[in-house]
Design a protein around this ligand. Structure first.
Ligand code: ADP
Ligand code: NI
Length: 222
């Protein structure tokens, strides 16, 4: 009998195709291109970190498959959709379980409370996702989000320092520049892996110099 089992590379490609199709109408903060970047970041981190690359790549692809925001805050929807899809592909049960655990524990709500699950693979995909929120891409995503919410780009009378102490940046109505102090400039210290810390360093400096240039132009200095 010939072996009908697919290679991991084939399973990853089928997952990518599924995600791309499913996210074709997604909002731009979490569209297929975000997934593709997180997938690329994951592969970059895997070049220097030891982990199960199959689990990491599948999770990178499936981590935003169903956003709880659009399902009455139901945090189990993402893991469920991912698990159902992988089960149809006949992926091993332990792999499915691991992917589901990571997706559940990477969610925003989970990150606020006691995260019960840890693995090297979770660390890597979380870093890959966070890297997409900083640097040049991070800046673009922030202004895109702010524009969507009809926020000011900047307002010198609204102190960014207040934003830094806000515990829930998602409730913020502040100008987009404040989001750098609420979240983006804090991300480099949240990276789990040494590899991502290193990548984040350069992207962080890019944001710092961007902000300096922004204030200089704002004040008519350059
Ligand atoms: P995640 O998928 O990491 O939970 P979010 O849903 O928080 O990301 O945000 C998606 C993108 O929108 C990120 O790049 C984030 O920095 C940006 N974003 C979120 N909240 C704001 C905000 N208040 N102002 C500007 N950008 C924001
Ligand atoms: Ni994401």
């Amino acid at each position: 009998m010939t072996d009908q089992r697919k290679t991991n590379a084939e399973l990853i490609q089928q997952t990518a195709d599924f995600v791309q199709e499913r996210l074709k109408d997604a909002e731009s903060g979490h569209d297929w291109w975000h997934i593709q970047r997180v997938w690329n970041n994951t592969k970059l981190i895997l070049q220097t970190e030891e982990a199960d690359s199959f689990v990491c790549e599948l999770t990178a692809l499936l981590h935003d498959i169903a956003d709880s925001k659009f399902h009455n805050g139901d945090e189990s929807i993402g893991p469920r959709v991912a698990g159902d899809f992988l089960a149809e592909l006949d992926v091993d049960a332990e792999v499915i379980e691991h992917v589901q655990q990571i997706i559940f524990n990477m969610s925003y709500k989970a990150s606020l409370g006691d995260v019960q699950f840890h693995s090297k693979e979770l660390e890597i995909v979380q870093d890959a996702d966070r890297l997409d929120a900083i640097g040049a891409i991070g800046i673009a995503r922030a202004f895109n989000y702010g524009g969507f919410k009809n926020r000011e780009i900047y307002n010198p009378t609204v102190s960014p320092l207040e934003s830094q102490t806000k515990d829930d940046y998602k409730k913020s109505t502040a100008p987009t520049i404040n989001h750098f102090y609420e979240k983006l400039l804090l991300l480099k210290d949240k990276m789990n892996t040494a590899t991502a810390k290193d990548i984040a360093q350069q992207r962080h400096q890019y944001m710092e110099s961007y902000l300096q240039q922004f204030y200089d132009e704002w004040n008519g200095l350059k």
